[in-house]
Design a protein around this ligand. Sequence first.
Ligand SMILES: Cc1ncc(COP(=O)(O)O)c(C=O)c1O
Length: 414
Amino acid sequence: MQHSSKLQNVRYELRGPILQAAKKMEAAGHRILRMNLGDPAPFGLEAPESIVVDMIHHLREAQGYSDSKGIFSARTAISQYYQTRGLMQIGVEDIFVGNGVSELISMTLQAFLENGDEVLIPAPDYPLWTASVTLSGGRAVHYLCDEANHWWPDMADVAAKITGRTRAIVLINPNNPTGAVYPRHILEQFADLAREHDLVLFSDEIYEKILYEDAVHIHTAAVADDIPVLTFSGLSKAYRMPGYRAGWVAVSGPRAATAAYRESLELLASLRLCANVPAQHAIQTSLGGYQSIGDLVKPGGRLREQRDLACRLLNEIPGVSCVPAAGAMYLFPRLDPEVYPFTDDEKFVLDLLEDQKILVSHGTAFHWPTPDHFRFVILPSTDDIEEAVRRVAAFLAVYRRKAAAQTPVEAAAG
Ligand SMILES: Cc1ncc(COP(=O)(O)O)c(C=O)c1O
């Protein structure tokens, strides 16, 4: 069978050939240090017991289809959560529950885009956004985030990339893969651009509760109640249950302006009948109960310690620099091109895998334009992080030694 031409420009390299190579090596008996997965469960960061118990309690009554927008108690809990955060306008009817944020990204874009419509997406991005825009017939246009400025979006670049075909801007805050958390003035500039150019803001806030030190998360919708904003979040990360597949999107902004769009979202939601029902029962307990993520990110907490350690050790490698993540669970270190003039970062990651049995993700997989970054996940234990950074350092040391031993002519030839 031939695949559809719609897939031509669709890439999701996080689950692509490098992962296949790692699986093959594991099948051959090697232990691979996996610093590539944004899934807390394999690293012993499990869902809070009370939430699992609550879901089990509801299992019997979760056999049938639910309302396509989601069960009422979950949507009430989500709308109340936003109201306690100052988003008074988000009501039960504004919430759509889905099989994770992933399903809703695809559904909301499908309901919105005409062929050829442009959507601004951060570089680096969580690549599902780019893939979903492409699959929906749109054109992903990447705006740069600035490593020298906390990895915040370069607002001049955002403005410069708006054209007559631009329909929406995607924000990922906190960002995967950089860990950047955006301050109010950046969000306000996005809102100003949306107002000026009649754009919709798609705000992916799935890491909103994974914050370090004094980072504060501000909902985009909180600075833009007069424009259409779609706010995405869910249970996969802060509540550590990505396998249960529970996420939501809240549609805010002027009701008249979003009425037709809401109807089309309802249509798409009903075409897939409903989201996984048992996991929907976990939403109310998750949002209302003790927020155990706070224990993991505070000083001495596991995620905070792992972030601090990974960042410190990576920065100690010659030619590697790493901005500390203000949120989420990733670092996006830079390989100084003067020291490591790689032309193909996928090859770097593959060589590192084969040589040192450690798996990271290459930066261009996140639509970063140059082959000089990689993503390093901070979920593994401190022992594994120490070992992983030791292996990256050993690989890069060999590279530097070989480069130093090359004659100038060889070096010029690469
Ligand atoms: C920024 C971002 N958005 C969405 C998702 C997908 O989340 P879900 O498990 O809710 O589908 C991820 C998963 O890694 C992510 O990093």
